[in-house]
Each structure stands twice: as structure tokens, then as C-alpha cells.
Design a protein around this ligand. Structure first.
Ligand code: NAP
Length: 360
């Protein structure tokens, strides 16, 4: 008999993709979604059954469990996937209502849905509950300056995911007859994060040896400035600045070869890749012990670097196309001197400015 798997928030994103893959593997997937039209449409695409469920609503969750009891009779795997980041806002502007929404959807829902589905799980020979947590809720990763999780301040989402992980551990202790797992899918471009790895465009200014300024104009405004000792990332909408020591960034990022060609030999193995797409290609592989990317491919035409493609350890690929290079353009020094705007939150290695008294 096939495994019966119920997934919340399965109408799109990771929930939908999980439903698709498990269907392919032979599971009987039940698509849980709060919106009947989008839920039904997703279920139709998958050839699965749709059950309406709003994970923040007791009655809706009880109805969903009753529906599954009437149709399938039991559940082998429950995937608590539905989640939200809440609204984009600076930490100081977050309200109780913001917190209620995020904790309700991400954490309290785990208790509500697990409670309603327990009788159905207990009828399975191999019951399992998978709670979709996040590295953003990990105390270790949010303190590790080599990890992107340490560069983001999102109090509600991170705290709610820390709660999801702890809830998972506690349920696992309390109900050993059921396998409880927390899963971190890793960064994936979905509606949750505005598909932030989708294409963006802007301008890039470079000054040898190690300064650069990257202004993304679309779809979001963002400024990245490397001043030679620190890399500043500014999100004007969130009024948030992240600052990191440039050498730490450079140990990992293939982008640094743009400003300091010496980094090529120091930090990367370089192999010629021949010609394709009208460009001559080099492949860089990091020599770092714990590289952040698998490889970076640089494509050159007669005018210089035309494309850079790199794949990170999570399998996401970034493809940068350069055009309209201007050599020796007069760039004002101020372009590489980032001063955090007044009122912006600054996260990271803020420079310590020391002053020495003048000797007479
Ligand atoms: N994407 C990532 O990089 C990433 C990384 C780590 C963890 N995660 C986690 O992975 C899970 C899925 O996220 P995603 O990236 O796939 O996001 P997504 O595309 O925005 O999908 C979120 C899903 O949750 C549903 N949902 C939200 N509130 C709900 C509610 N009250 N009742 C029922 N369903 C509700 C949404 O339904 P509607 O369509 O009706 O809004 C949607 O189906 C989340 O728990 C997220 O925290 C994501």
C-alpha cells in the first residue's frame, strides 16, 4: 500500500515541489492549502486530492483531519510546511500583530495540525511528522559569520523557526512511537523571499585593487560597496545595512577576482574550458577548505569579462552578464566610501574608528 502523505501549504513553492516529487515516488499525496481555487488547481496538476486547510484556524484544521479520516482513514506522513515571513519591516517597527501572524502560521500551527492529525498518524505502521524549519532558526548558523544566516536580521521568522525546531525535538521525546524530523530545505527562490535569486539588473563600478560598488536597480534596490577593508550591503526598503570584513568575503566569493586578479592564483584553481556561446571560458574552483561555491565560470569576449556563472553549495546558480564596460572611467572616490544612512540598522563587523591625539 502506498504511503499517505498530507502536506500543508502545498499549492505552491516548496510544498508543491515536495508533493510533486513524492507523487512521483509513489506516495498518495493530499494537497493541503487554504485557498480552494489555488489548492484545487495545484492538486489537479499533480493528479492528487485537495483538502482545504488554514493552519491558523482550529476549525479549518479539524475539518481537514475529519476529511482525511473519511477518505483515506489514516496518514503515514504529515508535512507541516505552510509558512510565512510576515511583512518586510525594520525590527523597530514590528508589532504584536506581526508577531502573532508569523508565530501562528509557522510555530503554533505545528501544534494545532499535529494535534488534529495524531489519531490518523497513530493508525499508520510507520508514522512520521516532518516540520519544515529553517537554518534561519538555528542558533549555530545565525552566529556563524561564514554563513548567510548570520547576515540577516528577521526577528519574527527566525524566532518562529527556532520554535519549530524545538517543538520537533520535544515531540520526538514525548511521542517516540512517531518519527519527528525538522527539515531545512536551504535557500530556495520562492514567493516567500520574493524569488530574490531571479534576475536583477544594475550597475557595477570597480577600482583596482579591491574596491567595488554594485547598485542593483531592479527588481529591488540594493547597494553593495567594497571599500577595500569592508563589504557593505544596503537594503534601502528595509533600511538595513550588513557589513562584513572584506577578506572574509574574499576567501569565498568568486566576485573578488573582478577587483583583484591576484586572488585568482591565491584562492582558486583555474582550468581552461574552451569556447562556447561566443565566449572563451575559464573555470575557477575554490581552494578554500569549506568553499561556498562549487565552481565559477568566467566567459570572456574581445572586450573582456562578459559573463560569470557560479553555483553555490546548495545547487543554486547565479549568472551575471556584463555589458557596456567603460575602462578608466572617472569614478568619484565617494562611490567606494559607504556611510550607513541615518536610522538604518547596521548588522555585522562595524569598523572601530580609533583616534590618536596629535603630538606637539
Ligand atoms: N524558500 C526558502 O528559501 C526556505 C528556506 C528554509 C525554509 N523554508 C520554509 O519552507 C516552507 C515553504 O516555504 P516556501 O519557500 O515554499 O514559501 P511559499 O512559496 O511562500 O509557500 C508558502 C506556503 O504556505 C502557505 N500558507 C501560508 N499561510 C498559510 C495558512 N495560514 N494556512 C495554510 N497555508 C498557508 C501558502 O499558501 P498561500 O499560497 O495561500 O499563501 C503557501 O502554500 C516554509 O515553512 C518556509 O519557512 C523556506
Amino acid at each position: 500500500m502506498s504511503t499517505i502523505t498530507f502536506i500543508t501549504g502545498a499549492n505552491k513553492g516548496l510544498g508543491y515541489e515536495t508533493a510533486r516529487r513524492l507523487t512521483e515516488l509513489g506516495h498518495t499525496v493530499i494537497v493541503g492549502a487554504r485557498d480552494p481555487q489555488r489548492g484545487q488547481a495545484a492538486a489537479d496538476r499533480l493528479g492528487a486530492r485537495f483538502v482545504q486547510i488554514d493552519v491558523t484556524d482550529d476549525l479549518s484544521v479539524q475539518r481537514a483531519a475529519a476529511d482525511v479520516e473519511a477518505h483515506e482513514g489514516h496518514v503515514d506522513t504529515l508535512i507541516n510546511n505552510a509558512g510565512t515571513t510576515g511583512r518586510r519591516a525594520q525590527a523597530r517597527d514590528l508589532t504584536g500583530a506581526d508577531a502573532e501572524l508569523v508565530f501562528e502560521t509557522n510555530a503554533i500551527s505545528v501544534v494545532r495540525v499535529t494535534n488534529a492529525f495524531l489519531p490518523l498518524l497513530q493508525r499508520s505502521d510507520a508514522p512520521a511528522v516532518i516540520n519544515v524549519s529553517s537554518g534561519m532558526g538555528s542558533f549555530t548558523l545565525t552566529h556563524d559569520t561564514d554563513r548567510v544566516e548570520s547576515t540577516i536580521a528577521a526577528p519574527l521568522y527566525t524566532a518562529s523557526k527556532a520554535a519549530v525546531t524545538m517543538l520537533t525535538m520535544q515531540y520526538a521525546k514525548a511521542l517516540p512511537e512517531i518519527r519527528f524530523n525538522a527539515a531545512d530545505p536551504g535557500y530556495t527562490a520562492t514567493d516567500l523571499n520574493g524569488h530574490s535569486s531571479k534576475s536583477s539588473s544594475g550597475t557595477l563600478a570597480l577600482e583596482a585593487p579591491r574596491q567595488f560598488r554594485w547598485d542593483t536597480l531592479a527588481p529591488y534596490k540594493q547597494t553593495i560597496v567594497a571599500d577595500g577593508s569592508r563589504v557593505w550591503m544596503y537594503d534601502p526598503e528595509l533600511e538595513q545595512v550588513t557589513v562584513r570584513i572584506q577578506s572574509t568575503e574574499e576567501a569565498h566569493s568568486p566576485l573578488t577576482v573582478l577587483t583583484d586578479v591576484k586572488q585568482l592564483d591565491r584562492n582558486f584553481k583555474v582550468a581552461e574550458q574552451g569556447e562556447h556561446d561566443g565566449l572563451a571560458w575559464l573555470r575557477l574552483t575554490s581552494t578554500a577548505k569549506d568553499p561556498q561555491f562549487d565552481y565559477a565560470d568566467l566567459g570572456f569576449d574581445a572586450n573582456g569579462l562578459a559573463r560569470m556563472t557560479f553555483r553555490d553549495q546548495l545547487g543554486s546558480t547565479t549568472d551575471i552578464r556584463f555589458s557596456d564596460w567603460q575602462r578608466n572611467a572617472a569614478i568619484p572616490p565617494a562611490a567606494f566610501n559607504f556611510v550607513p544612512p541615518k536610522g538604518a540598522d547596521v548588522i555585522g563587523d562595524v569598523p572601530v574608528i580609533t583616534t590618536q591625539p596629535l603630538k606637539d
